[in-house]
Write a protein that binds this ligand. Structure first.
Ligand SMILES: O=P(O)(O)OC[C@H]1O[C@H](O[C@H]2O[C@H](CO)[C@@H](O)[C@H](O)[C@H]2O)[C@H](O)[C@@H](O)[C@@H]1O
Length: 675
């Protein structure tokens, strides 16, 4: 059960953290005991004028030159890079780093002495009574801060809003029918907002707002920047989206499209894998919020109420060091030998995908079938190994997908198989890293036919495995080869210029591409491999995180030079930033100056000043007309309306204000006081 405050979205979105006590996690009604504060933190006043701290501003110039070394970074993601298992005797938990997690490896690109703290949830259901101990152990040993979401909240947040709404939409699927992804469900969105708020609480508990950088990851936490910015006007916040960002034509169908965009605009830097994703995001900002971007010296920025929100385009990479060390594991050699024996000289095409509807697995199998039909020379000689990692969930769509894939495999194996030859081998389980690398090592070609994927690092891992480790072959190392067929709809595609790119929906051309890839001359194959290896080995995960943090630091340099005000409610909250030379006008100072002066010029805009922007009837009401006349009646005043509006309507509306001056059409037509 959620607490009753959960339903008050505005309350939540406004930063009322007291709305967050939830009795449901422990099953009792008393709510969770407050977590003891473990780290020193400094609070700034939320939502009020944050005057420039002169001392801090003075030190900005030297800060800019200094390295990031003494700063700390808090990496926030849906899941922590930690594996967690209950002990066999049921008493307590064991933890270890999740070596497959990209979040773990991004540390390699950060300055050595930069402290890294992680905030996220665990892939385990830890009972409320054990949460304090687990949290303490994770903080002490892994610098990880777990966010424990109550089960029903977590279901609605992750399986509900993340997986049924955002994941399909960001992969270009609209919920035309209820079987087709999930229709927008407001209670799931509310759970998403609440979950994001709980993540923000965990961050705030350990935050040093003046010293820390925050780096938020992926589509699960799109609402988080709003919660953090509301509390800390000048916090340094970065975000990286690992999934695609869809075209504005799709994104605009999301009922909470503005809320999400506005939340992201509370960041200082927003990262995407590709130019296209960034372009789609920028076009959403322009079309939905009227915000345009500027590009200066290679940097793209959006001006959002005086703050500049940077846009970073940088595809992620793999961890070279980790892969290289895994390539030296003794088990690998024996596993490779087993596979070589099993495939007995046949040409292996390989697919490694999560079992997810967007990975296009069945399209790949159909294309392989077509290749066997149109190029019969491969019958008996080519094998497609498809590894389908069952991580993607067990929903109706995944069950249907699995059945479809199995049916295709059975049909092809019945039609083209013979004794000692099964054309398609489906591996329906999660493989260990060594097993996966063994498959890469024996494959002539890797085929990725995802219909959408944020990045997809399978081709990168494959290339590194095919390069092998120099010296391990003994004597003269053979020339390395690898070949790739990749979908044009995935993030890694623009970086792999030597791959054969396909539209995976076109079975005929994908089949042709598969044939071409395994029939390619040895020399051509080697050249393409070399080119890819050069790129993949230099653009690894450390290169990516180093570049990101560098740009984040650059985007935040002016934070302490600015005066900031937090204004607005809910997701409309934003920080208005002004250069330190600007001063905020206060009513008191205006009144005092007005009284002191003997000669005044008062220039007034019309729309948004004398009438609200939102009204359809733009005629000024009686009060406005009376105020104009009252101002004009004072002989010390010269009053003008300065507007882009046409002269005829302004003249008509202020006909009864003879002493009022009008500058219509931006001053093209002038009417001076008539008396
Ligand atoms: O299934 P989730 O827990 O919601 O996570 C989504 C996926 O996250 C990871 O993939 C994403 O990041 C990769 C690295 O940037 C990128 O290659 C991929 O395209 C993104 O979708 C994870 O690798 C997937 O298994 C998750 O399904």
């Amino acid at each position: 059960m959620f607490s009753r405050s959960y339903t008050n979205l505005l309350d939540l979105a406004n930063g009322n953290l007291s709305a967050l006590d939830y009795g449901g996690s422990s099953g009792g009604g008393g709510g969770r005991p407050p977590r003891p504060r473990r780290m020193q933190r400094t609070l700034t006043t939320p939502g009020t004028l944050a005057e420039l701290d002169e001392e801090r501003a003075g030190s900005v110039a030297s800060d800019v030159q200094s390295s990031l070394a003494n700063d700390r970074i808090i990496v926030v993601a849906n899941t922590l890079p930690v594996r967690c298992e209950r002990r066999p005797d049921g008493r307590g938990w064991t933890f270890c780093w999740d070596e497959d997690s990209l979040l773990l490896h991004l540390r390699d690109g950060l300055p050595e002495d930069m402290e890294v703290l992680y905030v996220g949830s665990l892939r385990a259901d830890v009972p409320a009574a054990e949460q304090e101990d687990v949290a303490q152990a994770l903080l002490d040993r892994f610098r990880c801060v777990p966010a424990f979401l109550p089960k029903d909240l977590s279901d609605r947040f992750y399986h509900g809003f993340c997986k049924q709404t955002l994941w399909p939409l960001f992969h270009y699927m609209l919920p035309f029918t209820s079987d087709h992804g999930g229709r927008f469900d407001r209670s799931n969105w509310e759970a998403y907002v609440l979950a994001n708020k709980l993540f923000s609480q965990r961050v705030i508990e350990v935050l040093n707002p003046e010293d820390d950088y925050i780096w938020i990851h992926d589509y699960h936490l799109l609402a988080l920047p709003s919660f953090l910015r509301r509390r800390f006007n000048r916090l340094r916040i970065g975000f990286f989206l690992h999934s695609p960002f869809p075209s504005s034509e799709l994104y605009r169908s999301l009922p909470v499209r503005d809320e999400i965009l506005k939340s992201l605009l509370n960041c200082d830097l927003i990262g995407f894998h590709t130019f296209d994703y960034a372009r789609h995001f920028l076009s959403c900002c322009s079309r939905m919020l009227g915000i345009e971007y500027q590009s200066k010296r290679g940097y793209i920025g959006l001006d959002y109420f005086g703050r500049t929100v940077g846009i970073k385009i940088m595809p992620v990479g793999i961890n070279m060091m980790q892969l290289k060390s895994q390539l030296q594991l003794p088990d690998l050699e024996s596993r490779v030998a087993e596979l070589r024996k099993q495939f007995n000289g046949k040409t292996v095409l390989l697919g490694v995908d999560d079992l997810d509807i967007f990975k296009g697995i069945n399209l790949k199998i159909l294309a392989f079938e077509h290749m066997l039909k149109t190029h019969p020379k491969w019958q008996g000689r080519a094998v497609l190994v498809q590894i389908a990692n069952p991580r993607g969930g067990s929903g109706k769509d995944v069950q249907g997908l699995k059945a479809e894939i199995e049916e295709s495999c059975t049909r092809i194996n019945e039609q083209f198989g013979r004794s000692g030859y099964s054309p398609v081998e489906l591996v329906n389980r999660t493989l260990s890293s060594v097993e996966r690398m063994a498959y890469y090592t024996v494959a002539e070609c890797v085929v990725v036919t995802a219909v959408r994927d944020g990045m997809n690092l399978t081709p990168y891992e494959y290339i590194v495995c095919r390069q092998g480790i120099p010296g391990l072959d003994g004597g003269d190392a053979p020339k390395r080869k690898s070949m790739l067929v990749v979908s044009e709809f995935i993030g890694c595609s623009p970086s792999l210029s030597g791959a054969i790119r396909v539209n995976p929906w076109n079975i005929d051309t994908t089949a042709e591409a598969m044939n071409e890839s395994i029939a390619l001359s040895e020399n051509e194959n080697q050249l393409r491999h070399e080119k890819h290896y050069r790129y993949v080995s230099t653009h690894d995960v450390a290169y990516w995180s180093k570049s990101y943090i560098h740009d984040l630091e650059r985007s935040c340099r002016d934070h302490f030079r600015r005066r900031c005000w937090g204004i607005g409610l809910g997701f409309g909250f934003r920080v208005v930033a002004l250069d330190r030379n600007f001063k905020k006008l206060t009513v008191d100072s205006i009144v005092a100056d007005y009284k002191k002066s003997n000669s005044r010029v008062i220039l007034l805009d019309y729309d948004g000043t004398l009438v609200p922007q939102t009204t359809i009837n733009r005629t000024p009401n009686e009060t406005v007309v009376n105020i104009m006349n009252a101002l004009c009646a004072d002989k010390k005043n010269v009053v003008f309306i300065v507007s882009g509006r046409g002269r005829s309507s302004l003249e008509k509306w202020f006909n009864s204000c003879p002493e009022l001056g009008i500058a219509a059409e931006h001053g093209y037509f002038m009417r001076y006081a008539l008396t």
